[in-house]
Design a protein around this ligand. Structure first.
Ligand code: SF4
Length: 297
């Protein structure tokens, strides 16, 4: 199968989540919704269930979710809730709600209130300082909590062997995808170990250059320089930065990213996007102008 046809298949699936969910259920599988970011899908896989990523929708309008959300929440989070409220994800058996940004923290409670008794909502908190022994212990305790909740849903224990096997499967998948994924979601593969939850915690601790994760050396603008170096290494002439509207982490990072790009002599253009965008005329004009500038260099 060609790369394009795989991408087309994935695009169709991402545009029809209700049908994909119904397909899994018709196969007799239990399905757990996984919100961004860093919910260890390995645990869902190890429980014999299907992890289904939920990343909002580009075709829906925020309507029912307005009742639960402040208007300044990003559309990814609001539309994820919309999909639960409008019946799209009715067949889910549970959902994991990480809390890693200022939108997802309150949203995790909004999901719980909105779902009531209808759907188990599994809360996942990540430590800010994820590197030292305390951080690792906290992360392991969170994964143990998720594991226990998943066991309740699946009705059977998740063994260490099952988690070790899941780690191997996901390492293989990440290695295959690693060459074209954006660094935010490119965890370092964790080696299977006798303590698989600790292996997963160490994997999380090893993620670097991520706008959402604490960097003790952030004053050195390591991530900005890392992104600039990626652009250089790729041979690209410039960078198109798609900035998610109402995303505090991305918006607060921008001045530092801009400085690194300017220092490296990399031209860039910033285009605000969200999942309610329907008219791309302005973005098209801006991109054309940017392309014209690059063509003159
Ligand atoms: S787009 Fe930004 S605000 Fe929205 S969930 Fe992601 S990190 Fe949080």
């Amino acid at each position: 199968m060609s790369f394009d046809s795989i991408l087309n298949d994935l695009m169709k699936i991402s545009q029809t989540p209700k049908a994909q969910l119904a397909k899994y259920k018709a196969e007799g599988k239990k399905v757990i919704g996984v919100l961004p970011y860093y919910a260890q899908e390995e645990l869902v896989y190890a429980a014999g269930m299907v992890p289904m990523g939920i990343w909002g929708s580009n075709t829906k309008t925020i309507s029912r979710a307005r009742e639960y959300c402040a208007t300044f929440y990003c559309t990814i989070a609001q539309l994820a809730l919309e999909m639960l409220l409008d019946g799209t994800m009715d067949q889910l058996d549970g959902i994991i709600t990480p809390t890693i940004c200022d939108t997802l923290r309150p949203m995790s409670q909004n999901f719980r209130v909105a779902m009531g008794d209808k759907l188990p909502v599994i809360f996942l908190a990540h430590p800010q300082n994820r590197f030292d022994a305390n951080g690792l212990t906290f992360t392991v305790s969170q994964y143990a909590h998720i594991k226990a909740e998943l066991e309740k849903i699946s009705g059977q224990p998740i063994t260490d062997e099952a988690v070790q096997n899941a780690i191997k499967v996901y390492n293989k998948s990440r290695a295959a995808a690693g060459s074209w994924r954006w660094p935010r979601n490119m965890p370092t593969p964790s080696p299977p170990s006798a303590a698989p939850l600790l292996a997963l915690a160490k994997q999380f601790a090893a993620i670097d250059y991520d706008v959402l994760l604490y960097d003790p050396a952030s004053a050195k603008n390591r991530r900005g320089e890392f992104v600039a170096q990626m652009v250089k290494d790729s041979g690209a002439q410039g960078l198109v930065l798609l900035m998610q509207q109402f995303c505090d982490p991305e918006e607060m990072e921008y001045p530092y990213l801009k400085k690194a790009l300017d220092d490296a002599g990399i031209p860039h253009i910033k285009i605000g996007v969200d999942q309610q965008m329907r008219d791309f005329g302005q973005a098209r004009t801006a991109l054309q102008a940017f392309a014209d500038v690059l063509a003159l260099q």
